[in-house]
Design a binder for this molecule. Structure first.
Ligand code: ACO
Length: 448
C-alpha cells in the first residue's frame, strides 16, 4: 500500500467550558496571565456525565456514521490515553460495544499510554500495521481521548478535554512521510501520575517546559539529519509549509517555534532574515544548557520568528486555545485546526508535527497532503468535523461552577455505587454519557 495515512477524522470536546479571563479573576491571578501569559482563551472540561470512555464512544460512532463506514471494515483499533479509569481493562474494550453490535469482534489493538504521547504511539501502530504483511485490507482506527485536570494551583488553567478519531489506510489525503522521523526518549520526572487514587498529576511545570524544548531540539536535529540523508540537501523551516505542535498551552507553542527558528539560525545564519540575524547574534555563544534558561533568548527568538509563526503555526492553534490541553488529543486537535483553517489549499503541502509526552517520549514526523477521494478528502473532513459550530454551541460555566464540578469529580474518581445527574440537556444529540457505576465498579453509558 502507498500513501498510508489519515483518511478521515472527527473530533469531540465537551460543550461545557470556562472562560480563561473569568478564571483569572476567580483565581486572583493578574489580568492577562492565562490569556496572554499562557495564551489560552477557554477550557473545556467533563462534567460528571462525561469521561474518556463516553467521549471516545461519541467520536467513534460519529466518525463511522458520518463517513458511512461499516463497522466490519475496521480491522485494528488503537487507543491513546493517559486518563486511567481501569488499571487492567483497556478503553479499547469499552469501544468494542460499538463493533460487537454489528458482529465484528475481529479487531486487533489495545491502549497505549505515556502522557500526551499515547495518541502518536497508537497512530504509528495503525500505520505500521497497514504497511505490514499482517494487514488484511481493512481500516485502522486511532482514538485519542483524555480529560486533563489539575489540582488547584498554577497548572489548573492548562486543563482541557477531548476525543479524536482517525481512520487509517492507504491512498490517504493526509499521507505519512514515514522516512522523515526523529524521536527523543529518556527518563524524566517532569509530569507523572504516581498517586493512583487521584486523577491529578504530579507536575514540575518549569522542568516540563525545559524537557519539552530539549526534546524538540533533539527531534528537530534528527529529523533534519534524516531529511538531508534522503533528499541530499539540508532541511530548514522553509521546507515545510506548516508546523503543528503538541499544545499544553499556546505560549509553549510560541516558544517552541522560536526555538526551531533559533536552531535554523545556529546551523546556518543565512537561513533567517537579516533583522533576525541581528536579534539572535548575542546568543550564539550560549551553551546548550544555558540556552534553555535564558529568558532574553526566549523572547528574542519568539520575536524573530513572529512573522513566520503567523503563517506556518498560527493556523494550527485554534482548538487548543479554545479547548485547552487535551493530552493525547492535543496534537491532533491542533492539526484539526490547521485543516479547518486551510482546507483544500493544503493539497501538495507539507506539515511537520511534534508530539511530546512527559516522562518522556517525543517524535517529530511529517505529513504530505494529497487530493484524496470522497468521502476521504480534505474538504469533507473539514465539513464532518464542523469545528466552528462545535465551538459556538458551548455552555460557559462560571468559574465557581467549574471548581464545584472538579470537586465532585475528585470524589467520583475510582468510586463505585453512584448514579449521575439526570441533567444532560447541554449535550448535543448523539453524545454518549455515563449513567451509573454499580457496586462492582461496572460503568454504564447511554446515548443521547
Ligand atoms: N500578563 C501577561 N503575561 C503574564 C502575566 C500577566 N498578567 N502574568 C504572568 N505572565 C506570563 C509569565 O511571564 C509567563 O510567560 P513567559 O514564560 O513567556 O515569561 C507565563 O505568563 C506563565 O507564568 P509563570 O509565572 O511563568 O508560570 P506559572 O507558575 O503560572 O505556571 C505552567 C505555568 C508552568 C505552564 C503551569 O501552568 C503548569 O505547570 N502547567 C502544566 C504543565 C505543562 O503543561 N507543561 C507542558 C509540557 S508537559 C504537558 O503537556 C502536560
Amino acid at each position: 500500500p502507498t500513501n498510508v495515512g489519515i483518511l478521515a477524522m472527527d473530533i469531540y470536546f465537551p460543550p461545557t467550558c470556562v472562560i480563561q479571563e473569568a478564571l483569572e479573576v476567580h483565581d486572583g491571578a493578574s489580568k492577562g496571565k492565562y490569556t496572554i501569559g499562557l495564551g489560552q482563551d477557554c477550557m473545556a472540561f467533563c462534567t460528571e456525565v462525561e469521561d474518556v470512555i463516553s467521549m471516545s464512544m461519541t467520536v467513534v460512532t460519529s466518525l463511522l456514521e458520518k463517513y458511512k463506514i461499516d463497522p466490519k471494515q475496521i480491522g485494528r483499533m488503537e487507543v491513546g490515553s493517559e486518563t486511567v479509569i481501569d488499571k487492567s481493562k483497556s478503553i479499547k474494550t469499552f469501544l468494542m460495544q460499538v463493533f460487537e453490535e454489528s458482529g465484528n469482534t475481529d479487531i486487533e489493538g489495545v491502549d497505549s499510554t505515556n502522557a500526551c504521547y499515547g495518541g502518536t504511539a497508537a497512530l504509528f501502530n495503525c500505520v505500521n500495521w497497514v504497511e505490514s504483511s499482517s494487514w488484511d485490507g481493512r481500516y485502522g482506527l486511532v482514538v485519542c481521548t483524555d480529560s486533563a485536570v489539575y489540582a488547584d494551583g498554577p497548572a489548573r488553567p492548562t486543563g482541557g478535554a477531548a476525543a479524536i478519531a482517525m481512520l487509517v489506510g492507504p491512498d490517504a489525503p493526509i499521507a505519512f512521510e514515514s522516512k522523515f522521523r526523529g524521536s527523543h526518549m529518556s527518563h524524566a520526572y517532569d509530569f507523572y501520575k504516581p498517586n493512583l487514587a487521584s486523577e491529578y498529576p504530579a507536575v514540575d511545570g518549569k522542568l516540563s517546559q525545559t524537557c519539552y524544548l530539549m526534546a524538540l531540539d533533539s527531534c528537530y536535529r534528527l529529523f533534519c539529519e534524516k531529511f538531508e540523508k534522503l533528499e541530499g540537501r539540508p532541511f530548514s523551516m522553509s521546507d515545510s509549509d506548516y508546523f503543528v505542535f503538541h499544545s499544553p498551552y499556546n505560549k509553549l507553542v510560541q516558544k517552541s517555534f522560536g526555538r526551531l527558528y533559533f536552531n535554523d539560525f545556529m546551523r546556518n545564519p543565512s537561513l533567517v532574515d537579516e533583522v533576525a540575524r541581528e536579534t539572535l547574534a548575542p546568543y550564539t555563544s550560549l551553551s546548550s544548557d544555558e540556552s534553555y534558561q535564558n529568558r532574553d533568548l526566549e523572547k528574542a527568538s519568539q520575536q524573530a520568528a513572529k512573522n513566520v509563526y503567523d503563517v506556518k503555526v498560527q493556523p494550527g492553534t485554534l482548538i487548543p486555545k479554545q479547548v485547552g490541553n487535551m493530552y493525547t488529543a492535543s496534537l491532533y486537535a491542533a492539526f484539526a485546526s490547521l485543516l479547518h483553517n486551510k482546507q483544500s489549499s493544503l493539497v501538495g503541502k507539507r506539515v511537520v508535527m511534534f508530539s511530546y509526552g512527559s516522562g518522556l517520549t517525543a517524535t517529530m514526523f511529517s505529513f504530505c497532503f494529497q487530493e484524496g477521494q470522497h468521502p476521504f478528502n480534505l474538504s469533507n473532513i473539514v465539513a464532518v468535523m464542523n469545528v466552528s459550530d462545535k465551538l459556538k454551541q458551548r455552555l460557559e460555566f462560571p468559574p465557581e461552577k467549574f471548581v464545584e464540578t472538579l470537586k465532585i469529580m475528585e470524589h467520583r474518581y475510582g468510586a463505585k455505587d453512584f448514579v449521575t445527574s439526570k441533567d444532560c440537556s447541554y449535550l448535543p444529540p448523539g453524545t454518549f454519557y455515563l449513567t451509573n457505576v454499580d457496586s462492582m465498579y461496572r460503568r454504564f453509558y447511554a446515548k443521547k
